[in-house]
Design a protein around this ligand. Structure first.
Ligand SMILES: [Zn+2]
Length: 202
């Protein structure tokens, strides 16, 4: 099961320092079987991440519940499960493209990815458009809906007002929903039907 790491910053270096100490954010109970005892540190796995000025892999801390024998990984709030690009990169792109009306190329440059294939941006746009109405409804619990011509613009304004990472934390932790939706094999609630090998984000 994936949960969000409480680390609130966005610097990769700070994040990596903070997860080195297994006690620092050790969950005090199991979110899966509700056993009320602290989980056991269970090493790390690595996942890929692209952020402004970074294209590599980061460590993700994992804990084990001794009661149900299942693991919990604590994902940093600046990364989306199953997506390789950081929330910062994706949000800069979507705002430039859908709110400011820039071209795909200019939006990619605004997101510090001037050389990325345009299809990637189109993919983000399509996924966001599919989520927009649901995001507006979900985020209304956290911020007043802005008057806007359509759900896409309204969702973007709400995300800008709330902060994208704060919004992601709320959506993921409270509602198990994602800014860009779950990939088809995990839809609708982000839980695989059967446990498989750790999946690399696409
Ligand atoms: Zn458990």
């Amino acid at each position: 099961m994936q949960m969000l790491h409480p680390f609130a910053g966005s610097s990769l270096q700070q994040y990596d320092e903070q997860i080195s100490d297994p006690d620092r954010y050790r969950p005090d109970h199991c979110p899966q079987c509700e056993a009320q005892h602290p989980l056991t540190a269970h090493g790390f796995y690595r996942r890929t991440l692209v952020d402004a000025g970074f294209d590599g892999s980061i460590r993700v801390r994992r804990y084990l519940c001794r009661s149900c024998n299942r693991t919990v990984s604590l994902l940093p709030g600046f990364a989306l499960p199953y997506l390789r690009f950081s929330i910062a990169v994706i949000s800069l792109f979507l705002v430039a493209r859908l709110l400011e009306g820039r071209t795909l190329k200019a939006a990619a440059a605004a997101a510090s990815q001037p050389h990325m294939p345009y299809q990637r941006g189109q993919f983000w746009v399509r996924r966001f458009q599919q989520q927009a109405a649901g995001l507006c409804a979900a985020l209304a619990a956290k911020t007043t809906p802005e008057p806007a011509a359509n759900f896409v613009v309204r969702a973007l304004l709400m995300l800008q007002a709330l902060g994208w990472i704060a919004a992601h934390r709320f959506l993921f932790s409270e509602l198990r929903c994602q800014l860009l939706g779950w990939p088809p094999f995990l839809a609708p609630h982000g839980r695989p039907a059967a446990l498989g090998p750790a999946l690399q984000p696409t």
